[in-house]
Design a protein around this ligand. Structure first.
Ligand SMILES: Cc1cc2nc3c(=O)[nH]c(=O)nc-3n(C[C@H](O)[C@H](O)[C@H](O)COP(=O)(O)O)c2cc1C
Length: 201
């Protein structure tokens, strides 16, 4: 049975494009993978805290410490999943801090990555990720490309964890007026039908 981890991180609970397309993606994956289980983490309605000094004190030395209980739970959700659907609005050229806090909790040596004599090794190989990105401007081409730290960062950190099968649904230029917004939403909806992750898990 396929398990989907659905991560939401837009603080806009009413008109968020990443929430709209992210939910449509999960709905489509559930249609394609009959009986799929969905684990939902809404990092805005149920935020994870920033890392505390107590967390950092034990993170390398005592993996069973009570301070790491939430981290173990979040890592467990990732390990249990075949497909990660990660919604990420662009905030100040990067991720919302709630999503970064989640990443800080799941970046755990021995669980999601390891260091060996030849360097770092990701431990999440074989999983798929779909990034659902909301952006006010256009970063896939043109002058803003150089200051895009949203998709590039997510691909880098997921790659560090060993996840390289990554597809992107970018809803760009939503700040350029209602027409552009509607056009970007329609393009993303059409692209959902072409996702490789619909076919295999
Ligand atoms: C706090 C904040 C910061 C933002 N920073 C940027 C930015 O740096 N670049 C950009 O193109 N759009 C920026 N935007 C616009 C959002 O990326 C845009 O509204 C997008 O639709 C957000 O995704 P969502 O609709 O899923 O919330 C920002 C919006 C907010 C609320």
């Amino acid at each position: 049975m396929t398990t989907i981890l659905h991560i939401a991180s837009s603080s806009n609970l009413h008109t968020s494009v990443s929430r709209e397309i992210g939910q449509a993606t999960v709905d489509e994956l559930q249609r394609a993978h009959k009986g799929a289980k969905v684990i939902t983490r809404d990092l805005v309605q149920n935020p994870v805290p920033h890392l505390t000094p107590a967390f950092v004190d034990v993170m390398y030395t005592n993996p069973d410490a009570p301070e790491l209980a939430l981290s173990r739970e979040l890592v467990g959700e990732v390990l249990a999943s075949d497909i990660l659907v990660i919604e990420a609005p662009m905030y100040n050229f990067s991720l919302p801090s709630v999503l970064k806090a989640w990443i800080d909790h799941i970046a755990r040596k021995g669980l999601t990555f390891n260091y060996s004599a030849v360097g770092p090794e990701g431990l999440l190989k074989g999983k798929k990720a779909i990034l659902v990105l909301g952006r006010g401007g256009i970063y896939s081409s043109g002058p803003l490309q150089a200051i895009e730290h949203q998709e590039s960062y997510l691909r880098a950190v997921l790659g560090f964890f060993g996840i390289t099968d990554i597809e992107t649904l970018a809803i760009e230029g939503v700040g350029y007026g209602p027409e552009k917004r509607a056009e970007s939403l329609a393009a993303a909806k059409a692209k959902i039908q072409t996702l490789e992750a619909r076919h295999a898990a």
